[in-house]
Design a protein around this ligand. Sequence first.
Ligand code: FE2
Length: 230
Amino acid sequence: MLHRAGRLDPRLDRRALLRLLGGASAGAAGLALFGACGDGGGPGGDLDARILSDGAVCRATTADVLGPYHRAGAPSRMMIAAATEAGDRLALDGVVLADDCATPLVGAMLDVWQADASGAYHEPTAAGGPYRLRGKLATAADGTWMLDTVRPGNYQTGPGAWRPAHVHVIVSHPGYRTVTTQLYFAGDPYLPPNDSCTSCGSDDPARIIALTPRAGGGLAGALRVVLARV
Ligand SMILES: [Fe+2]
């Protein structure tokens, strides 16, 4: 049987909580259920976790800043970067799970958008084709998804201020709380403490993925998404 964990003191520092959750072991108690952060913003996002019947901790994927470049109406497709798109090809995959960290969610929707290899976003009507580097996809019967793209570049938000490379995604499924988040790449020099976005959640190790070379070229990485119930 699942049960809600208790509420921690909301004055606790979020990064301290992430360290706690990241290092939580079976039987850990008193994990946080924070109030809604909401799309678009707020420091880092929710920290929802459940302690399962065996004492293991199941964390929901944390929210991140929406940013200014989401555009509704992206087409359904796995390949969001055309074959002519410059940059390192990147194969992303993963799974969307319920809040027991085990049950796959079939038909979960992922709305994905990202910058190109130079760090530039493209409007849906800009040269290069409609909805360049944007797309929606649904999870299969086993909760898995796959995405064919290029590795996004870092971009500057001000003089000497850079963001770590990232892919934006909104994940939704009926009966579960929609999460707006970002995934990052291990080894990026602009991960915290160097991220210019101090309200972003780029310090969450659950969303910093390792990229590995693929046979035949390009890179691959995987992200596990866990949705909290409404
Ligand atoms: Fe962005």
